[in-house]
Design a protein around this ligand. Structure first.
Ligand SMILES: C[S@@+](CC[C@H](N)C(=O)[O-])C[C@H]1O[C@@H](n2cnc3c(N)ncnc32)[C@H](O)[C@@H]1O
Length: 283
């Protein structure tokens, strides 16, 4: 069981692990995550059963499509760009350190709250899993100062890195998102890469998504942040961003059931998959 001190937001890490466990046993799976079931735990499966309606149910498609998209992004960046430092922000029960075939010498930093990472390590210990890179687990709260903890773990800010903020930004307030992007940018050398998913502002208020968001908020999982201008947000921190949506043909893996509609159509709820490159270090 998750420690009682952990809030429902931490439980979202179990939900994503359940989604990956379910995906892993599909004949047409987009990836295989053999640790996801142990990381989700019986409490994760039971919790998702209770919440599985509306938005959380849709996550059963969203999470696998997103996982595959960012798996490909991380491996492409590591292999083709020679990047050997990977930072997973809000790593939750992500098992990429164990399941992806990283180039030799890869240092992978998992950041999440310390109680969640302690629970993760205890679940991992029961599997005997061995990471396929040098894995560093860093327990911090991303709302506050955390860069020293990353540097203390051996992160080299002068060397390019690849970052992933997956399943995180919508749970943060706008000021925390800006603080986070500013901190990342200080630590990410020119030539670094960043992946993130986020929602648009309309997602937060649209009548289609609003009931599901209210339901989640009433259980302690509140969506705070969205933007209709993701390219501008990332560019203000020196990242040149490419923005995709899960329905785009080169993203959906044939799984996302809705086509992407042009961004010129206003007021629609949208999710964005962002990949970005650091253009300069003085943003
Ligand atoms: C939806 S889960 C995503 C986990 C993982 N990225 C994945 O895709 O499986 C959200 C994660 O954000 C983490 N998180 C939320 N707010 C945080 C904060 N202020 N500091 C550190 N981690 C945070 C939670 O602990 C949880 O693990």
């Amino acid at each position: 069981m998750l420690p009682a001190s952990m809030d429902t937001l931490a439980t979202t890490a179990l939900w994503t692990a359940v989604s990956r466990a379910r995906e892993s046993i599909r004949p047409d799976r987009l990836f295989e995550d053999p640790l996801s079931s142990a990381l989700a735990g019986s409490d994760g499966f039971a919790s998702l059963d209770r919440f599985e309606s509306g938005l959380v149910g849709a996550a059963g498609i969203y999470v696998p499509v997103r996982t595959r998209y960012f798996d490909d992004f991380l491996l492409r960046t590591a292999r083709d760009r020679g990047i050997r430092q990977v930072v997973l922000l809000a790593a939750g029960m992500d098992a990429r350190a164990f399941r992806l075939s990283w180039p030799e010498e890869t240092e992978l930093f998992e950041i999440d709250r310390s109680d969640l990472l302690a629970e993760k390590d205890s679940r991992l210990a029961q599997t005997g899993a061995v990471p396929r890179c040098r894995r560093h687990a860093i327990g911090v709260d991303l709302r506050f100062e955390w860069s020293d903890a990353l540097l203390d773990a051996g992160f080299q800010p002068e060397t390019p890195s690849v970052w992933l903020a997956e399943g995180l930004l919508y749970y943060l307030t706008e000021s925390t998102v800006h603080l986070l992007l500013s901190t990342i940018r200080r630590l990410a050398a020119k030539g670094s890469h960043l992946g993130a998913d986020l929602v648009n502002s309309d997602f937060l208020w649209n009548p289609v998504t609003r009931p599901g968001l209210w339901f989640l908020a009433s259980h302690g999982v509140t969506f705070h942040f969205g933007t209709n201008a993701p390219e501008g947000l990332f560019w203000s921190y020196g990242w040149r961003a490419e923005v995709k949506e899960p329905g785009d043909s080169d993203v959906s893996s044939g799984r996302w059931p809705y086509p992407s509609l042009p961004r010129s159509i206003p007021s629609l709820p949208r999710a964005f998959f962002v990949t970005a490159k650091a253009e300069s270090h003085d943003a």
